[in-house]
Design a binder for this molecule. Structure first.
Ligand code: UDP
Length: 322
């Protein structure tokens, strides 16, 4: 069986391709390369450069490669941009996924693993966050992912689609042994920005807000190694292949670190005392986001192995200084 990975040239997508190959799957990548990188896709994996909204190409690919399941990453994913260009997000994410689902249905492809986000919870009332907590995204990006989750539920009820939706907390780190890692343009994520500063590629790292109601006043996040995230997609496919019912799972390490703690750990690991500046809050940032991943641990036997802050930072530092 071939697994089609939309957005497989992106950060989490390309790490998932590695994990799929390692577990013996046949893989094809479908990516318009608007933000992904051709170099992130292994040379012996077919890379179809097209948009998920292009139903003709997609139909041909689903049929020619005899695709049985789709792992769907292709999306616009910058929170800030989603607020100023909502149309782009509703078009690429919501309309793009609708087009993909309809094409899958036409071609008899009935399994999807969907890349969702902790942003669907918005500003949570309590921690750790479980899947039953209220869904109230505070930005357009999160809202588009929540609309898609609803779409998947409705398609599963009315047609014979089966899916697993994975709500990621903060993906970070890079593939052991190098080759691929995080490379966004522009980069907005904390860990790569910190390491670029340590490396001398940026003058300083800004801490967005030091007056949050947390122990040291800076935001707390749950950082999860991208290879542990990738492994969860393989388990989700196994669940679907075995006839499993639609599911929604959180994916996080279940441990929170403040921005200040991540900076301190990065200084220790790199051995570099880089400049840090206190800055204003970034709008829309909740104070604390920490997952409960009990459901996927129990139901799919998922076990994070790389997600200590130490391993995340060390692997990302190898990638940064490659
Ligand atoms: N952050 C920061 N400085 C930066 C980038 C991010 O202080 O230059 C903070 C941000 O406010 C958040 C945390 O780091 O509390 C993680 O942000 P990131 O953008 O990596 O992920 P998000 O939590 O937004 O998905």
């Amino acid at each position: 069986m071939t697994v089609l990975v939309t957005g497989g040239a992106g950060y989490i997508g390309s790490h998932t391709v590695q994990e799929l190959l390692k577990t013996g799957h046949k893989v094809a990548v479908y990516d318009n390369l608007s933000t992904g990188h051709g170099w992130a896709v292994p040379q012996d994996v077919p890379l179809i450069k097209a948009d998920i909204a292009d139903r003709l190409v997609l139909t041909e690919v689903l049929r020619n490669y005899e695709v049985e399941a789709v792992v769907h990453f292709a999306a616009s994913s910058l929170v800030g941009e989603s607020m100023t260009q909502p149309a782009k997000y509703y078009r690429n994410n919501v309309a793009g996924t609708l087009s993909l689902l309809e094409t899958m249905q036409e071609c008899g492809v009935k399994q999807m693993v969907f890349s969702s986000t902790a942003a669907v919870y918005g500003e949570p009332e309590a921690w750790p966050i479980t899947e039953e907590m209220p869904l109230a995204p505070t930005n357009v990006y999160g809202r588009t992912k929540l609309v898609i989750e609803g779409m998947l539920k409705d398609f599963a009820a009315a047609y014979d689609l089966r899916y697993v939706s994975l709500r990621y907390f903060n993906a970070a780190g890079a593939l052991a042994g190098g080759g691929i890692g995080e490379d966004h343009n522009p980069e907005t994520h904390l860990i790569p920005l910190i390491l670029q500063t340590a490396h001398g590629r940026r003058p300083q790292i800004d801490i967005y807000g030091t007056d949050y109601p947390t122990a040291d006043g800076t935001c707390v996040r749950d950082y999860i190694h991208v290879t542990d995230l990738a492994a969860a997609h393989v388990l989700a496919l196994k669940h679907l292949a075995g006839g499993g019912a639609p599911k929604v799972y959180n994916l996080g390490s279940e441990t929170g670190f403040s921005v200040q703690e991540v900076i301190e750990k990065a200084k220790e690991i790199t051995g570099i005392d880089f400049p840090v500046r206190e800055a204003a809050r970034r709008s829309g940032d909740p104070a604390v986001l920490v997952a409960s991943a009990a459901r996927i641990r129990q139901e799919l036997d998922w076990k994070p192995v790389y997600s200590s802050l130490d391993r995340i930072l060390r692997s990302a530092w190898v990638w940064e200084t490659r």
